[in-house]
Unconditional design. Structure first.
Lengths: 111, 114
């Protein structure tokens, strides 16, 4: 099976930078996803990492270290609308490839 | 517009009364999944389907059934709902390939079983 761990809740200030960590244990790693989910809404795709390193996409970046079973999502220039849950999801080669989700990190951005 | 639709969006029902939540996608995706989301537990996969007539259990399949008779539709059936199935349900779809693709989620169905 898979074990995915991320902090339950984080708070940050508007305009700041925040890093949300995700650690995982899995056999046959096949990629890691980050999704954003606003309260009461559907998750939406943010990023996908399968190779080690940093993927940058505007204010959001995602990093992966396969040897450490570790990823982080970096959010820069935080805005109030970034208040949401951030879900880490890991795909493995056994089974369907459909990722397993962590419990999510609730990010609260305050003025 | 590419989308995943679910119906109904909200449902209040009583214990034991069979219900079906429909899910449809217009992106010709092979993979479809059902999740339930509960506070503190995150998204947990109920069932998934890799193509027409191919379905398999996820992490929490007890009390649920699914079918995949057409590529676009993947209904979730609760034969005899119980209060512990009160939850927020999401359907999702994605392409199938040599690498995993991003999932597209429906808007969610909030189910209350009394």
């Amino acid at each position: 099976g898979q074990n995915i761990d991320q902090p339950t809740e984080m708070t940050a200030t508007e305009g700041a930078i925040v890093q949300i960590n995700c650690t995982y244990q899995t056999s046959g790693f096949n990629g890691l996803f980050w999704y954003q989910q606003h309260a009461g809404e559907a998750p939406t795709f943010l990023s996908y990492n399968v190779l080690d390193g940093l993927e940058e996409k505007g204010r959001f970046s995602s990093f992966l270290s396969r040897s450490k079973g570790y990823s982080y999502l970096l959010l820069k220039e935080l805005q109030m609308k970034d208040s949401a849950s951030y879900l880490c999801a890991v795909s493995s080669t056994g089974g369907s490839y459909i990722p397993t989700f962590g419990r999510g990190t609730s990010l609260i951005v305050h003025p | 517009e590419a989308q995943v639709t679910q119906n109904p969006r909200y449902l209040i029902t009583v214990t034991g009364k069979k219900l079906t939540v429909t899910c449809s996608q217009n992106m010709n995706h092979e993979y479809m999944s059902w999740y339930r989301q509960d506070p503190g537990l995150g998204l947990r996969q109920i069932y998934y389907s890799m193509n027409v007539e191919v379905t398999d259990k996820g992490d929490v399949p007890e009390g649920y059934k699914v079918s995949r008779k057409e590529k676009r539709n993947f209904p979730l059936i609760l034969e005899s709902p119980s209060p512990n199935q009160t939850s927020l349900y999401f359907c999702a779809s994605s392409l199938r390939g040599p690498i995993p693709y991003e999932q597209y989620f429906g808007p969610g169905t909030r189910l209350t079983v009394t």
